[in-house]
Ligand binder design. Sequence first.
Ligand SMILES: [Zn+2]
Length: 227
Amino acid sequence: MSWQQTGQAAAELVLGATCPGCRCSGLGLCGRCLAAIRATRPFRAAELTGLPPVYAAGPYAGVLRDVLIAAKERSALGLLPILAERLAAALAALLLAIPSSPLPPVQLVNVPTLRARAAERGVDHTRELTRLAAVRLRRLGVAVTARPLLMIQRRPQDQSELTRDQRWRNLEGAFRARSVGSMPVVLVDDIVTTGATLAEAVRACQVAGGVVLGCVTVAATAKGGPC
Ligand SMILES: [Zn+2]
């Protein structure tokens, strides 16, 4: 257990712990919320302009949303393994949808966090989620490697107050990719809303010569059909 996790556990003991999904008392995610997250099924997010296929582990709602927020905003790192498990399921759905057999080895490239506070703390939960998902898939015999190849070239302003069009303009040129090589790329982010961040990540990989098969996220606000 890291010092951060130890500190979090100690704080929970002092302040009173609740499940991040339903707020019932207890340490960590309760059995009912764990089952609810495991019951989510990956789906293809509605087609987003300029993006290859995007598969999400579940809709950005309910327990999945609350747990994702807790992992992100409160750096609840103990929640990352279950989220990585669902991310791995989304990636499996994407790979199965690609008409190519046998499946090629792919590299999972995480979208770097744009949240200044997280960057200052040196916590990038999407990078860690990507690493954990790759470990899980390799254990199942799927040839994937997590490679954090994207860097922030220009830090955009906070997205939260921007309109959809402003978000797209704000992100232009934000990322740069290095050493992408010839292995196909799947981009990974925690959540997709307008698709602007993923589109910028796709652009950066393609400029560096990368072949992007698709994108996977833990959650999506855009609705799509089940797969
Ligand atoms: Zn719960």
